[in-house]
Design a binder for this molecule. Structure first.
Ligand code: BJW
Ligand code: ZN
Length: 243
C-alpha cells in the first residue's frame, strides 16, 4: 500500500495531517456531505450561519445540543489513536476541520482546530468563553451579561480564528508529507492547505474511501477508511525505520 512512498516516509521529518469529518465517522459522528451526511437532512444555511442563529437561536441550539450529546459520548477511534503513535517518529501536527475534540482526547499533542470546538461556548457580545460538557435546560443559554451564548464554532461566512489559521498555513508550508484524511476538501480556506504543502514539494497522501475534488493532485490516494489505513501506515513506518 505504501511501497511507492517508502523513501518519502523514510526521509520525512515533519508530517502534517489535514483531517475532516470522515476521520470521526468510525467513532459514530456523521459527516456532512456523504450519503448519510448531515447536509442531506439539514439545510446548512438554516443551521450553520450567523444569520440563521440570530433568526432562530433555539432551533440552532437544539441541533447543536443533539450533536454535543453524541460527540461527548463518542470515543476516539484507531485512526485518531494511531496518529499519536506517529508522534514517536516524526514531528506531527494535526490541522483539523473537526470540532469534536477527538484528536485531543486520543492524545494527539499538536492539534489546530480550524473550525473551532463544539465543547467550547462563547458569548455573542462579551469576551466570555468556556469549555462546557454539560447540557442546557433552557435554550438558547444566556451569558451573565444577559446576551445569548453560542457554540464556539466557525459558521459559513465567518473567518477562521486568525492565529490558528496563520499557524496552520505555516505548518502546511513547512511539512515534508501531508496526509489528508476524511475530508471532501470542498470548504475553503481549509482546502488550500494542500497547495501550501505542494509549494514545499511535500508528498500528498489522501486517505478517503471516495474520490475528492483534489484526488488528481495527490501523490497517493488510498481508497479505504482512516481507522483501517492509519494503523497500517504506522506499522509500515515502524518497519522501514527499524531497517
Ligand atoms: C471517510 C470516512 C472514513 C467518510 N475514513 N474518510 C459563498 C458564500 C459565502 C461563503 C462562501 C461562498 N463560497 C465559498 C465560500 C466560503 C465558504 C465555503 O468554502 N463554502 C463552500 C461549501 C462553497 N467557507 C467559509 O465560509 C469559511 N470562512 C471563510 O471563508 O471566511 C472568509 C469569508 C468571509 C465572508 C464571506 C466569504 C468568505 C468558513 C467555513 C466554515 C465551515 N463550517 C462547517 C460547520 C462547522 C461547525 C459545525 O460542525 O457545526 O465546518 S461546515 C462543515 O464542512 C464543517 C466541516 O468542518 C467542513 C468540512 O467538511 P469535511 O470535514 O470535509 O466533511 P465532509 O462531510 O464534506 O467530507 C467527509 C469526507 O470523509 C468525505 O470525502 C467522505 O468520503 C470521507 N469519509 N467516511 C475516511 N471512515
Ligand atoms: Zn456575555
Amino acid at each position: 500500500m505504501f511501497e511507492e512512498i517508502s523513501n518519502a516516509l523514510q526521509n520525512a521529518r515533519r508530517i502534517v495531517f489535514v483531517t475532516g469529518a470522515g476521520i470521526s465517522e468510525e467513532s459514530g459522528i456523521p459527516t456532512f456531505r456523504g450519503k448519510d451526511g448531515l447536509w442531506r437532512k439539514y439545510d446548512p444555511m438554516k443551521l450553520a450561519t450567523i444569520d440563521a442563529f440570530y433568526e432562530d437561536p433555539k432551533l440552532v441550539w437544539e441541533w447543536y445540543q443533539d450533536r454535543r450529546r453524541n460527540i461527548i459520548s463518542a470515543e476516539p477511534n484507531n485512526g485518531h489513536k494511531s496518529i499519536t503513535e506517529l508522534e514517536k517518529l516524526y514531528q506531527v501536527t494535526v490541522l483539523t476541520q473537526n470540532i469534536d475534540g477527538l484528536h485531543q482526547r486520543a492524545g494527539n499533542s499538536k492539534v489546530l482546530e480550524l473550525h473551532g470546538s463544539i465543547i467550547r461556548i462563547k458569548c455573542t457580545v462579551c469576551d466570555f468563553q468556556k469549555d462546557f460538557t454539560g447540557y442546557f435546560d433552557v435554550l438558547p443559554p444566556k451569558c451573565k451579561c444577559d446576551n445569548i451564548l453560542r457554540p464556539d464554532v466557525v459558521w459559513f461566512g465567518e473567518s477562521l480564528p486568525q492565529e490558528v489559521w496563520k499557524n496552520a498555513m505555516q505548518e502546511a508550508s513547512l511539512c515534508d508529507v501531508m496526509i489528508i484524511a476524511g475530508t471532501s476538501l470542498v470548504v475553503s480556506p481549509a482546502n488550500t492547505l494542500p497547495i501550501f504543502a505542494k509549494q514545499n514539494n511535500a508528498m500528498l497522501i489522501e486517505i478517503n474511501p471516495e474520490q475528492t475534488i483534489m484526488s488528481n493532485e495527490m501523490d497517493l490516494s488510498i481508497r479505504d477508511t482512516s481507522a483501517n489505513v492509519i494503523p497500517k501506515l504506522v506499522e509500515f513506518v515502524k518497519e522501514i525505520k527499524s531497517q
